[in-house]
Design a protein around this ligand. Structure first.
Ligand code: UD1
Ligand code: UDP
Length: 371
């Protein structure tokens, strides 16, 4: 009898990090793979599914405009219960810290189905930052039977919290597996032609806790620096959240050296990042990607769960105030020493074999840890 593994995800970053795993699990003879999506994100999820050519076996299709945490939680909890009862998986895999991941783990706990947590053990230990993700991941880690930790730091967080070391496996982050396929040498795009030989600045922003005044101040700081620096061209693939779009429209209009474009597919996104001079973001995943290309990242947040990149010097936490972002952005453009200090190429997050390690564990083969 094959072991039935159900992978559940709902947003863009979960899909980018779970699709390579789905492909790896499907190669294994002893495993049967079931893919269930909540579609907490719709278009941004479909973009990734198309890029990896994966079709969902179940689709809850829950997304609605300006959805609240109550909408997502209640719709996923009830919907995923029915799917799990019908599909009868032996193990359910969830990823990271989204409300899809937390609610699916909760449903599994109620149904007494073992959960595997991919990207376990990341922590800020601040329940307000990021919100609600810090709660989500801590709660998932309490429930999980398998904790797939990306680094030794994430494993040590779990051990400090009293988790059983025999259930924690350091596998690396599956994002590194994904990047093996996306970044190519001979890449071109019309937006890169617009940038030409200017310094390319890559921008993203979406965090729920930043959706009011912090996002206004973040954008104001960026606009001030760009106006003072015609030697830069900024590309901002904007999140589909209408609240983000309203703020960007108000704060960034009239700035000639920024192009606000629709979300890039993952292939384009990674190739844009790799060619950037620097990145300003509040994203989690981008903090793991840019270090691979030696692209400095100014993290527009007060905390990060990816401290490995801060320790390596390639990420800098700059908060969300207008002055701190303005100062840090200007410094990197104007001070070569600071720039070269930050443009370290390193990837503490994996070696590109996380998916095969997870598959080995689920098949109960010998385990060869990362790092
Ligand atoms: C969610 C996750 C966050 C993750 C982020 C990745 C939670 C609570 N938040 O936040 O952890 O970092 O995804 O991007 O789980 N929308 C669309 N089309 C899409 C996607 C979103 O129109 O394809 C719009 C909808 O109006 C939706 C809104 O964006 O209501 C917000 O989406 P939501 O998933 O609630 O929050 P995110 O900020 O995307
Ligand atoms: N990304 C993408 N297209 C874009 C912007 C981001 O494919 O236009 C990818 C990016 O490479 C990373 C992931 O989306 O892998 C990050 O997603 P997001 O910032 O939405 O969420 P987070 O990582 O903060 O949870």
């Amino acid at each position: 009898m094959k072991k039935r593994i159900m992978c559940v995800f709902g947003t863009r970053p979960e899909a980018i990090k779970m699709c390579p795993l789905v492909l790896e699990l499907k190669k294994r003879e002893s495993l049967e793979v079931i893919v269930a999506v909540t579609a907490q994100h719709r278009q941004m999820l479909d973009q990734v599914m198309d890029a990896f050519n994966i079709k969902a076996d179940y689709d809850l299709n829950i997304m609605k405009d300006k959805q609240t945490l109550f909408d997502i939680t209640t719709n996923v909890l009830n919907g995923i219960k029915n799917i799990i009862e019908e599909a009868k998986p032996d193990v359910v895999l969830v990823h990271g810290d989204t409300t899809t991941a937390f609610t699916t783990a909760l449903a599994c706990f109620y149904l007494q189905i073992p959960v595997g947590h991919v990207e376990a053990g990341l922590r800020t230990y601040d329940l307000e930052n990021p919100y609600p993700e810090e709660f989500n991941r801590e709660a998932i880690d309490i429930i999980s039977k398998y904790s797939f930790a990306p680094t030794s730091l994430s494993k040590s967080n779990l051990i400090k919290e009293g988790r059983n070391p025999n259930t924690i496996f350091i596998v690396g982050n599956t994002i590194v597996d994904a990047m093996k396929y996306t970044v190519i040498k001979d890449y071109d795009h019309p937006e890169l032609k617009w940038v030409g030989d200017k310094k390319m600045i890559f921008i993203t922003a979406h965090r729920r806790e930043n959706l009011s005044e912090p996002m206004h101040t973040m954008f104001r700081a960026i606009k001030r620096v760009l106006k003072e620096h015609p030697d830069c061209r900024a590309i901002y693939p904007i999140h589909m959240n209408p609240v983000v779009r309203e703020i960007a429209d108000k704060e960034l209009s009239g700035c000639e050296n920024i192009h606000i474009i629709e979300p890039l597919n993952v292939f384009d996104c990674h190739n844009f990042e790799a060619r950037s001079f620097l990145c300003l973001t509040d994203s989690g995943g981008i903090q793991e990607e840019c270090p691979s290309y030696g692209v400095p990242v100014l993290v527009m947040r007060n905390t990060t769960e990816r401290t490995e990149g801060v320790d390596a010097g390639v990420l800098k936490l700059v908060g969300t105030s207008e002055e701190s972002i303005y100062d840090a952005f200007k410094l990197l453009l104007e001070n070569e020493e600071e720039y070269s200090r930050m443009s370290n190429t390193c990837n503490p997050y994996g070696d590109g074999y996380a998916c095969s390690r997870i598959a080995d564990i689920l098949e109960e083969k010998d385990f060869n840890p990362f790092g």
